[in-house]
Every structure is written in C-alpha cells, then in structure tokens.
Ligand binder design. Structure first.
Ligand SMILES: NC(=O)c1ccc[n+]([C@@H]2O[C@H](COP(=O)([O-])OP(=O)(O)OC[C@H]3O[C@@H](n4cnc5c(N)ncnc54)[C@H](O)[C@@H]3O)[C@@H](O)[C@H]2O)c1
Ligand SMILES: [Zn+2]
Ligand SMILES: [Zn+2]
Length: 391
C-alpha cells in the first residue's frame, strides 16, 4: 500500500509498505477514506521531535472504513465508518477514567522512553515518533487501530468525511485551547497563530462568549479565515508591535486569556535583528523558537490564563518571573480528544462550526504528499489545510 513516510529532516516520501494486520483482539484495520496533514506533522518534518526513525509512517488525522476486526471485537463491524482520535486510549487506567485521554498510562508501548523525558508516560499517538509508541500513522491506505473499542467513534448517518475528519484533532484542540481560558462571556481572548488550530480556537472562543477576539498572524489568507471565524481584531506580528497593540485594544488592561496556537516553530515578529536572526535560525537549525509563547505571557493581564495547545518538545526559555509575579495560570497539553467527540459532533450537526472553509488543498493521491507537505510548511499557493480523499 502507499503511505507517507519520514526519512529524515525535510525528507518525506510516498513509499510502498506492507498492509497492516490484526495483532490484538482489540484491533481493527481501517481502509483510510480521508486524512490530513497537521501543523504537528511539520515539527516531525523539520526534525524538531526526537525519536523518529527512517521509514516511520506519518499521520494522526484520519478516518475510514473498518475492513477487519480482532477476534470477538463487537464495538464496530466491517463496513462501519469511523473517526479515529489521534490519541490511543486503553479506557481502563486511572487517567482514562479521569477523562485525561492524552496521558493514558497504558497505550504507549515505549512508556519508559516517555517517562525518561517527561517524568511519567503520555498516551500512545499515531504517527508521532517512538516517544509516543512508534505506532504507524494514517497518511496511508490502511491503518491498524489498537484499542479500537475505546477512542474511535462511528460516524453518524448523513455526515460526510469533511464534516467529521477534524474531530480527530484540530477541532477539539482549538476547543480545548479556548476552554482552558475559562470563558464566561465578555472576555478578551488573544490567539497567536491563525493556522488550522488557531482558526478553530477562534470559532470556539466565539461560541463560548468571548467579546473581543484578537488574532495574531501575518499570512493574508489565514487572516481572512480568522476574521471569518470571529476575530474582532487582527495584529500582523511581522509589521506591528504585538504587545503594544494588545494593550491598546484592551484599553491598557491586557487580554483575559491568551492562546498559543503556534508552538515551537514560531517566527520572530517585527523587531529588526531578532527577526533576521530568526529567519536564519529557521532555515538552518532545528532548535525550538518560543517567540509566540513569550509574547503571549507578556500580553496577558495579571491573573489571566495562558493556554498552550501549541506543541513543544523539550526545555525552552520562558519568563517564569512574569508567570509568578503576574499570578498567571498556565494550561496546556495534547488534546483529550475523546472528551469532546460527542459535544462537538452535536455543534457540527447544528451548523455552529464551519468545518470546510480552511481546506485549501484536496488530493486523491498520497503520491502528492511530499509536495503538499512543502506547500503547507511554506504556506505556498495559499495553503492552509491539506486533505487527502482516498476512496
Ligand atoms: N495540543 C495538541 O493536541 C495539538 C494538536 C494539533 C496541533 N497542535 C499544535 O498546534 C500548533 C498549530 O498547529 P496548526 O496546524 O495550526 O499549524 P500551522 O503551522 O499551520 O499554524 C501556525 C501559524 O502560526 C503563525 N505564526 C508563526 N509565528 C507566529 C508568531 N510569532 N505569532 C503569531 N503567529 C505566528 C504562522 O503564520 C501559522 O499560520 C502546532 O504547534 C501544532 O503542533 C497541538
Ligand atoms: Zn494534528
Ligand atoms: Zn488509559
């Protein structure tokens, strides 16, 4: 079968690999009907996440049709269409029972490796390095879904792939990012990055009742999508002083909640030498660049909330003084996708969430993958979100 595989920094290929087989009674095999490329995949492409191996199958946003089930498996049957959250959940450990699905204690086959890095293990993830279990991902024609009786959801009648595909990751991620800001109604929320995650964070903050939503971005088509999603103010981080503008928009108060939807590969904004150095750094090295997070921590009001859905892989310099002295609350994490499947499906069915405007590139062939990865990374041809339809 065809699959998009990692072969080193900036080296993604469409390979022919063996079709996966059932390994456990809780497995199902799906034939992928749709899958997408995520900003998190760019961290792998750019060599920022450790423990990738040559030949690893990428992809954690995918859905498809069940073609095989483990012995005695009853939750799904052949022919069912399912969406598969990017975290794998055992359903029985303490964290799964608490609903903390992205830190399931039993789904990561390389739990010791993760514990050595972070103190304790985190959940197994599809297509996301050996630190998270080394599971083959879903930018492929077929995927083995372990523990398939827990996280995956059968697609409700009448919903097409594009209305549910982003339930696997970016919609719940934007939602959790906004939920972390504890929006009661009337707040000012500032969102760094209007990529797919930022766009869903903006839509979510609006649904939750934020009054002002400030989007910080520089790419014109992403700014347009941010406005459509509900942003009331835009700051172009390449041409404006973000902190001063947030201060001005909030009449000197600072934002109540800030959401970092950029993560470890931020570009340094306007500001002369830093901008130039960052551009060089982006091209040459694979070091983390926490510019957006640093700005968010500065721009939030005292006793405000800093929400970080943006992904970081290791230690980075942040202003702890600002966090302590301003009394900030910091909330973060890989998304507990399963928590949000039902409520968000309902909002989609009620037409409250725009699922498709951000899809700019559609392909029917994984062989286009290497070029589309580059287009997405470089934001070429207006690329905001790439979806493959494989049926
Ligand atoms: N927590 C989770 O479970 C989870 C899930 C999915 C994605 N993510 C992470 O969310 C982040 C965003 O993902 P995406 O798919 O939207 O990626 P993306 O790369 O398409 O979007 C990032 C956006 O940030 C903008 N940006 C760059 N530097 C900036 C700066 N200094 N200030 C403001 N904006 C800046 C870019 O122009 C871009 O539009 C990534 O780090 C990704 O790994 C986390
Ligand atoms: Zn993702
Ligand atoms: Zn678990």
């Amino acid at each position: 079968m065809k699959a998009l595989c990692w072969h080193g920094r900036n080296d993604i290929r469409c390979d022919t690999v063996p079709v996966p087989v059932i390994e456990d009674s809780r497995d199902v095999i799906i034939k992928v009907t749709s899958c997408a490329i995520c900003g998190s995949d760019l961290h792998l492409m750019d060599g920022q996440m450790p423990t990738m191996k040559s030949g690893d199958v990428l992809g954690h946003e995918f859905m498809g049709e069940v073609v095989e089930v483990g012995s005695g498996f009853t939750k799904f049957k052949k022919g069912d269409r399912i969406v598969v959250p990017f975290n794998i959940n055992c359903g029985a450990c303490r964290q799964c029972k608490l609903g903390n699905y992205s830190v399931c204690e039993r789904s990561n086959r390389n739990a010791e490796m993760a514990a050595a890095q972070f103190g304790y293990t985190t959940a197994g993830l599809f297509g996301y390095s050996h630190l998270t279990g080394g599971y083959a991902g879903g930018q492929a024609e077929y995927v083995r879904v372990p523990m398939a009786d827990v996280a995956p959801m059968k697609v409700p009648e009448g919903m097409d792939d594009e209305s549910v595909l982003f339930l696997t990751d970016i919609l719940p991620t934007g939602w959790q990012g906004a939920e972390h800001c504890e929006i009661q109604g009337g707040e000012t929320i500032a969102v760094w990055g209007a990529g797919p995650v930022g766009i869903f964070a903006i839509q979510s903050a609006k649904i939750m009742g934020a009054e002002l939503i400030i989007a910080i971005e520089t790419v014109p088509e992403r700014i347009a999508l941010a406005r459509k999603a509900g942003a009331t103010d835009i700051i172009d981080f390449m041409n404006e002083d973000v902190f001063e503008r947030v201060k001005e928009i909030t009449k000197g108060q600072g934002a109540d909640g800030v959401i970092d939807c950029v993560g470890m590969e931020a570009s340094a904004g306007h500001g002369g030498l830093t901008g130039v150095l960052s551009a060089v750094q982006e091209k040459l090295t694979a070091t983390e660049r926490p510019y957006a997070l640093a700005e968010a921590i500065k721009a939030v009001r005292p006793c405000g909330i800093v929400s970080v859905p943006g992904v970081y892989g290791g230690p980075i310099p942040v202003n702890m003084g600002s966090i302590v002295q301003k009394g900030l609350t910091l909330k973060s994490g890989q998304t507990h996708v399963k928590r949000y499947l039902e409520p968000l499906t309902k909002l989609i069915q009620e037409g409250k969430i725009d699922m498709t405007s951000l899809i700019t590139h559609r392909s029917h062939d994984l062989a286009d993958g290497p070029d589309l990865y580059k287009a997405f990374r470089d934001k070429k041809d207006g690329c905001v979100k790439v979806v493959f339809h494989l049926n």
